[in-house]
Ligand binder design. Structure first.
Ligand code: NAD
Ligand code: 6OD
Length: 503
């Protein structure tokens, strides 16, 4: 096998090597040549740090053929115990190669090393452990029945993999969100073809090496690089040989994928965009609410689908809350991933920064009061060419302003006052999205009442991002289709097949 490692430079500092890493497509257990090169920039510096090769239709066909062969071969024949053992070995190997994953992730995303170290890479490993356990602990149903001739029959369901699964991933938490789907899909015995984001292909590529190292049979895990329309993404979503698409990304991309997948009637699991509300009642522990919601709004430079871009605060504590959040935002240090004490990295690309800055401008046009931020910070050295923006807070925006309705996906939030519980529930739910919410109160009844009234897939009370991986994860309304997590993932990535035995 030719290894990506020869070409992939684990870095001790961002962009210190001149030669870009070469990220080839990983098909049938090996890195293959072919495809048009495209550049991957480190958004913290604007410099090219890698080159990936866009898979054309022939390469995607090759990946689908390899995946099907794996299902009919060693991977499909592997016992559950062995499959669980190799997936656990994947987790072990990610941990052994932790620093390489870490450097690859921060080079692609520019995010602070501390975030990737504590969140992205550990969750990449944990996802394999969790689903290796989950698959071993699920019962299937059985029913005994009377038959017309006075005898009996036994029905029992067996869980079967769906077949070849296309995994299409975004750039904000690349390894975490990709393995969140790959791990359960493989635990169920499917073969996967991953199309990572064109912005962040490095850790997905590195995982190909790991798969081979721990003995995952050739073809069970494949990686095709490229873009969406008329590229690897669409070749996968429209492919006759792919049975299901599991996708995380923008809502409008989900709609395009639905169209493309319709003629071949694929199963779909979608984790899409959001415009999530946070609600702070006057009886909340304000200090904890401010600290948690500052993290929620700004961590990963606001590029988290669950980020509360709308905050509703009960009028008596409104001014204190705004002042507290402002202080937190202004204390955040922006900089390069390896800088000491850095809190916020750049946005993912120049293009995305352009979009976020348009909203920054629009907010002011719409009469917002700028509490803090609103522009591009002045950074020096390597960071001067990075795609940074200031963490930004507005008040005074109308509820129906586009800034309060559309997903911005940047480090920003609008804070609005409210007076009654009924009013704030209506405001929070008045959106096409329904991913999550975060309610803050010390009144137990209200916590349940308002928590349950949120039209979302995940309703947090006095918390945010806290989650047991066995619980259902997914969005309501235009924030998604289906639920993943624990058994919910297994239910998507496998299908029960009923066996009826006349006794
Ligand atoms: P995106 O939709 O632009 O891209 C996601 C992936 O889809 C990429 O790999 C891209 O190449 C691919 N793609 C784009 N068009 C395609 C097409 N027509 N056919 C097939 N593939 C296509 O999203 P993004 O900008 O990478 O990520 C940010 C978005 O993801 C935000 O909207 C965010 O809310 C959402 N997100 C949601 C969740 C969640 O759990 N609900 C988690 C993370 C991100
Ligand atoms: O933690 C997860 O499993 C998950 N899917 C998080 C999503 C974050 C969105 O940006």
């Amino acid at each position: 096998m030719s290894s990506v490692a020869e070409n992939h430079h684990p870095k001790t500092a961002v962009d210190r090597t001149d030669a870009p890493s070469k990220l080839r497509n990983f098909v049938d257990g090996r890195f293959i040549d072919g495809g048009q090169p495209f550049e991957i920039r480190n958004p913290a510096t604007g410099r090219v740090h890698a080159v990936a090769y866009e898979a054309d239709r022939a390469i995607v066909d090759q990946a689908v053929a390899a995946a099907r062969e794996a299902l009919n071969g060693d991977w499909g024949r592997m016992t559950l115990a062995k499959r669980r053992a190799v997936l656990t070995a994947v987790a072990d190997r990610i941990e052994e190669r932790f620093d390489e994953f870490l450097e690859a992730e921060v080079a692609d995303t520019g995010k602070p090393l501390s975030i990737a170290r504590h969140l992205d890479i550990p969750r990449g490993a944990a996802n394999f452990r969790v689903f290796s356990d989950t698959i071993a602990n699920l019962p299937t149903e059985s029913f005994e029945m009377d038959t017309p001739d006075g005898g009996k029959a036994l029905n029992y369901a067996v869980r079967k993999p769906l077949g070849v699964i296309g995994v299409i991933a975004p750039w904000n938490l690349p390894l975490l969100l990709m393995t969140w789907k790959v791990a359960p899909a493989m635990a169920c015995g499917n073969a996967v073809i991953v199309k990572p984001s064109e912005e962040t292909p490095s850790t997905t590529t590195l995982l190909g090496e790991v798969m081979t190292e721990v003995g995952v049979p050739d073809g069970a895990y494949n990686v095709v690089h490229g873009f969406g329309p008329n590229s690897a993404g669409e070749f996968l979503t429209s492919h006759q040989g792919v049975r299901a698409i599991t996708f995380t990304g923008e809502t409008r991309t989900g709609a395009e994928i639905m169209k493309s997948a319709a003629p071949t009637v694929k199963a779909l699991s979608f984790e899409l965009g959001g415009k999530s509300p946070a609600i702070v009642f006057a009886d909340a522990d304000l200090e904890v609410a401010i600290a948690t919601l500052a993290r929620a709004a700004f961590v990963n430079t606001g590029q988290v689908c669950l980020a509360p871009e709308r905050m509703y605060v009960e009028r008596p504590v409104f001014d204190n809350f705004v002042a507290g959040l402002k202080a937190k935002a202004e204390a955040m240090k922006l900089g390069l991933p390896h800088d000491e004490g850095v809190d916020l990295g750049p946005l993912i690309s120049e293009e995305h920064r352009g979009k976020v800055l348009e909203y920054y401008g629009l907010a002011l046009e719409e009469g917002a009061d700028l509490v803090t931020g609103g522009g591009v910070p002045k950074l020096s050295g390597d960071a001067a060419n990075g795609y940074f923006v200031e963490p930004t807070i507005w008040t005074g925006l109308a509820h129906d302003s586009p800034v309060c309705r559309e997903e911005i996906f940047g480090p920003c939030c609008a804070i609005m006052p409210f007076d009654t519980e009924e009013e704030v529930i209506a405001l929070a739910n008045d959106t096409k999205y329904g991913l999550c919410s975060s309610v803050w109160t010390q009144n137990l009844s209200r916590a349940h009442r308002v928590g349950q009234a949120m039209e979302v897939g995940l309703s947090w009370v006095n918390s945010w991002f806290l989650r047991d991986l066995r619980t259902p994860f997914g969005g309501s309304k235009m924030s998604g289709i289906g639920r993943e997590g624990g058994e919910h993932s297994i239910n998507f990535y496998s299908e029960p097949s009923n066996v009826c035995i006349k006794l």
